[in-house]
Design a protein around this ligand. Sequence first.
Ligand code: DP6
Length: 413
Amino acid sequence: MDSKHTFTCTLSSGTNIACIKYWGKKSVALNTPINSSVSVTLDQKDLKTVTTVVASKSFEKNRLWLNGTEEDVTNSKRFNACVDGVRRMGGERRGEGKEVLVEKGGWGDYKVHVSSMNTFPTAAGLASSAAGYSALVKCLAEVFCASESYPGELSTIARQGSGSACRSLQGGFVAWRMGSKADGSDSMAEQVCNENHWPEMRAVILVISDLKKDTSSTEGMGTSVDTSELLGFRAREGGVVDRRMELIEKAYKERDFEAFGKVTMQDSNQFHATCLDTYPPIFYMNDTSKSVIKIVHAYNAWKGRVAAAYTFDAGPNAVIYCLDDVVDEVLALMLQYYPGRRLDGRYVRDGEAWGRARGAKLDEGLLRECDKKGRRRGIRGDVKMVYVTKSGPGPIVMDDGESLIDLKTGLNR
Ligand code: DP6
């Protein structure tokens, strides 16, 4: 490779789990949504995508390796929208002696090689596309020295990769404002609170299936927009979502878990109701997912307040938000009903939390309440894996030593 005209960056980005869901596109071409949404960006400790971008004049074409396997990106609208979009924002690149190596707007001859690895099951409903496209766009921005002409511009590019990805460019609690301009230039992410605002926030993730889902979000929301009247009701201007956005942003700013948790559960339920209202209907939750809902409500009833809040994306996996003062109890309760196929630290992907939850003694009244609310007997293997995590930062630049691409050959390692 011509090292004088080769530039690289490696970075990691986290996934995010929406509390007010994005479901439905206003413009398929621009990938703009029919309603605003908001999510928590999760810590990168366990769940992240690591991406390396190498840009070089000597590359013949753009190439992509996903989890080690090459994918043909020649006709990938999403991938190319990201590469071309960030390239257009490309700025001047200087060398160590401050000499100009590439002039502003001089990136036209550069092609990219990209390698991306997930540390979690791809396409299992853990928002891998959010982590993936946010990592890609941020990494391209570093390589092309892209600068935003207005705050949030980069997120309008990530949005074209995958809608939810725009929210992972920031840490903490992040809204995706749907925007109103015809060209989509104001349909972008905005940080509501950073990751240090509510440090007690935790997320317990139950991986109920690590298989690829049968109806992709893109396909599912297309059918929902075409057929679900409930979705139209939910997303209409000044309607349910607009009200909920206001309520939840206030709750998060004031660290009001009761209000945050209630609306999070209601919005998950309404999203899945619109899926059921889609014709033909889409089912993302399975019986195990539904039993988690019952247990969380039984737990809250026993607590006398909303202490835990579930949410489900386009798949059966449960994410339970709670605060750190109850996380051991919530985890212990989940382990009681979803014991896991192997009883070791590889089932709960957080050694400390696992140790604490194992030691926690669950109240008999609570167990009676949960049994009564109709949880069938815990079956080992219903839940494949459990993560305990918290909110975290946006993309983090890594050392070139961590590169997934061999910088001598320009190929995947
Ligand atoms: C249920 O962002 O994956 O997770 O824009 O078509 O790539 P595309 O869809 P995607 O949809 C996410 C849907 C959701 C809700 C959410 O994250 O807000």
